[in-house]
Structure formats: structure tokens, C-alpha cells
Ligand binder design. Structure first.
Ligand code: G6P
Length: 371
């Protein structure tokens, strides 16, 4: 056991540290040179450029953190490739008699490739005559075998119940897909494409840098070991990051937590803010900085202590919040890959500080094979 953890205290910490490698392994085999130009080649897709251009709609179906990766995928695919995307929890998708129309593509995302609800959604889609693309980590798993095409996330075995590196690899796979679709649909200039590729390439080193802040995050986390509730707020992609940050925290530390779309606060959650309640405000989308500052001011006026996770350039947030974690500069579509790192570390250190069984949280299973 100790040898497998390679000197780390828990598998979860080890796997968090494997994230830079995981992203390299997922991206690099799919970026290649052709006639002196770089291109994204997703061999597994098995679709011609004409077929990719004909996609009218995408349905993403998944559970847990894979679903959260899918929520980010929606923003990235819609933003870059201008294809409408619906994201469903697999356990909901099946029972709402989903409207799948000609030209739609179904993507199921799963680390284990064995999640019962996700597998059932895949089978239902195929029975209805639709092609299913799996984004899967475990080679040869049920979803990998039954999907029409399977894009593997090369994260390697993940032992900790709470996913970290597989989630990061799922994001990377979705970025590649969105860029590929944008390119074949003529929506991205060569310059933009090259700039995005350069940003993708920087992610592993930038994650490394953020992991290097673990002591700072640990000190901060130690102040919240007795917290009753912790809220995560964000807009757009930052909302998707909040969903995952909140899930990580509650699944391993058992501290109650909720993620809220920041604009929805005033429709409910704000009534729960009391003196000293920690609110984690994720703000990585430049066009939304100002709106997020308004939300930070709103919760602070009710006594919240605000930790902001934002880009280096967003100095205005420093005045509005109590504690700031900066992430390095990247394209706004890729910020999830960076902002999630301090949130994973935060969840991890709250759980460690509370003496929880980090790798095997109570009542949870790594792979849920019952519906
Ligand atoms: C379980 C795990 C989660 C995971 C979810 C979906 O609940 O604890 O970490 O996100 O299942 O699993 P999958 O293997 O389909 O990604």
C-alpha cells in the first residue's frame, strides 16, 4: 500500500500530483504535424470532416464529477464550435424520454466505464439508432466496449474514490474535441488555433505551479475544519468549477456544501449566509469579473468570509474579498483545469484535518454499478 502511494500520504494526493502528466498523455497523442501544420487528430472518432460538420446537436450524459466535466464541456463546445449542447445526469436522461433527433451525437463520459446509469443511457441511445462516443478512462470497460467510438483519457488507474486526475483528463479530451469541431466547421482561424494549442501545452506546468501552493491552501483549510456550511459560487464555466469544488469538499470531508450560480444567490441561498460563513467565489471569466464582484459584495454584506479564485490580472477582486488564490493566465475556456487545483487541495486538507478516510469516504464507491 505504502509503495503504491509512492511516498504520498493518500492516493488522492498522489493522483492530484499526477494531473500534469495525465493532461500531457491525453493531449499529446492527438496533436500532430501534417504538412508542417499542427492539427488535432482524434483517430478514435472514426468520422470524416464532413460528418463532423453535419453534427447538429450534442447530448452529454454522465454522473458525478464526469457530469461536471460535461457541464464545462457544454460551455466550451458551444463557445468554440457553436453546436448546441445538452448535458444530462445519466439517471435523469433515461427517464425523460429524451428527444434525440437526426444529426445529434451522444457523448457519455465515465472514468470507470462501468457506471450503471451511464451505461444504460448509452444502450438506450444506441437502441434509438444514435452513435455514441465514450470518453472513458478504463480500457476495455463496458462503456468502452459498447460505445461506437471511444476516446480514452490516459489518466491511468485511479484509486481514490474522489476523482481528480480522471476529471482533469476528461476536461482535456473535451477541449480537444471542441477545438477539432471548431476547426473543421471553419470557426477558428489558424492564429486562434495556434494560440489555443499553446495554452493547452502550458496547462501541465501551470498545474504544477498551483500544486506547489499546497501549504498555503492547507493553512487556509485548517481554519475551516469546524465549518458547518461552505458555499461555492461562479458564473458560466466558473459555475461548473464550483459544482466540482463543492462535490470534492462534501464527498471527502462531510462538510455540507452547495454550489450556486452566482446570479441565483439572491433567489435563495443568500438567506443561509451568516457571520463567518465561507463563500468560495470562482471568477476566471474576464467578461464576468464585474458581476462577480457585485455578488462578492452581496455575500460580504451578510457577513461572509470570501475566498476568491481568480486570474492574476483581476486585481480588483482583492479589495472585495478576504483571501485570494490566483491562477496563471490561460484561455478563458481552459480555466477549469487550473481553478480546480486549489479547490481539490482545499477539499483534501479539510478532510485530512478532520481526520476523514480521504481515499475511502463513507457510503461512497469508486464505481457505482447499481442503478
Ligand atoms: C462515483 C465516484 C465519482 C464519479 C462518479 C461517476 O460516484 O465516486 O468520483 O464521478 O461515480 O463515475 P464514472 O466512473 O462514471 O466517471
Amino acid at each position: 500500500d505504502a509503495a503504491e502511494k509512492a511516498g504520498y500520504e493518500h492516493f488522492m494526493l498522489k493522483e492530484m500530483y499526477e494531473q500534469p502528466r495525465t493532461i500531457v498523455d491525453t493531449i499529446s497523442p492527438r496533436v500532430r504535424d501534417r504538412n508542417g501544420e499542427r492539427e488535432i487528430h482524434i483517430e478514435e472518432l472514426n468520422m470524416t470532416d464532413d460528418e463532423l460538420r453535419a453534427i447538429k446537436k450534442i447530448h452529454i450524459v454522465a454522473c458525478g464529477s464526469a457530469y461536471h466535466a460535461g457541464v464545462t464541456g457544454k460551455y466550451v463546445l458551444e463557445g468554440l464550435a457553436r453546436i448546441p449542447v445538452e448535458v444530462d445526469l445519466a439517471s435523469e436522461f433515461r427517464y425523460r424520454n429524451p428527444l434525440l433527433e437526426e444529426g445529434c451525437m451522444v457523448i457519455v463520459i465515465s472514468q470507470s466505464g462501468e457506471t450503471a446509469d451511464t451505461l444504460a443511457a448509452l444502450r438506450e441511445s444506441r437502441e434509438k439508432g444514435f452513435q455514441v462516443l465514450g470518453i472513458v478512462n478504463v480500457v476495455g470497460s463496458s462503456i468502452a466496449r459498447e460505445a461506437d467510438a471511444c476516446l480514452y483519457t490516459w489518466a491511468g488507474p485511479e484509486i481514490a474514490v474522489a476523482t481528480t486526475k480522471a476529471y482533469s483528463a476528461q476536461l482535456a479530451a473535451l477541449y480537444l474535441l471542441a477545438m477539432k469541431l471548431a476547426k473543421v466547421r471553419g470557426l477558428m482561424s489558424d492564429r486562434e488555433f495556434t494560440a489555443l494549442l499553446a495554452d493547452l501545452k502550458c496547462l501541465p506546468d501551470q498545474i504544477e505551479l498551483l500544486l506547489g501552493q499546497k501549504q498555503k491552501i492547507q493553512r487556509f483549510a485548517n481554519r475551516y475544519l469546524g465549518a458547518r456550511d461552505i458555499f461555492f459560487i461562479g458564473r458560466g464555466i466558473d459555475y461548473a468549477i464550483s459544482l466540482e469544488g463543492s462535490l470534492k469538499l462534501k464527498e471527502i470531508s462531510y462538510v455540507h456544501s452547495e454550489a450556486y450560480a452566482a446570479g441565483e444567490l439572491k433567489h435563495g441561498t443568500i438567506s443561509l449566509i451568516e457571520d463567518g460563513t465561507l463563500v468560495v467565489a470562482v471568477s476566471t471569466q474576464p467578461e464576468l469579473y464585474q458581476k462577480m464582484i457585485s455578488n462578492i459584495v452581496e455575500v460580504k454584506a451578510r457577513g461572509a468570509f470570501v475566498m476568491a479564485v481568480t486570474n492574476e490580472e483581476n486585481k480588483a477582486v482583492e479589495k472585495a474579498s478576504d483571501y485570494v488564490v490566483y491562477i496563471p493566465q490561460t484561455n478563458p475556456y481552459f480555466t477549469n483545469s487550473l481553478a480546480i487545483i486549489p479547490l481539490q487541495l482545499f477539499a483534501y486538507y479539510v478532510a485530512v484535518g478532520r481526520g476523514c478516510d480521504v481515499d475511502k469516504p463513507r457510503n461512497l464507491a469508486k464505481s457505482v454499478t447499481v442503478e
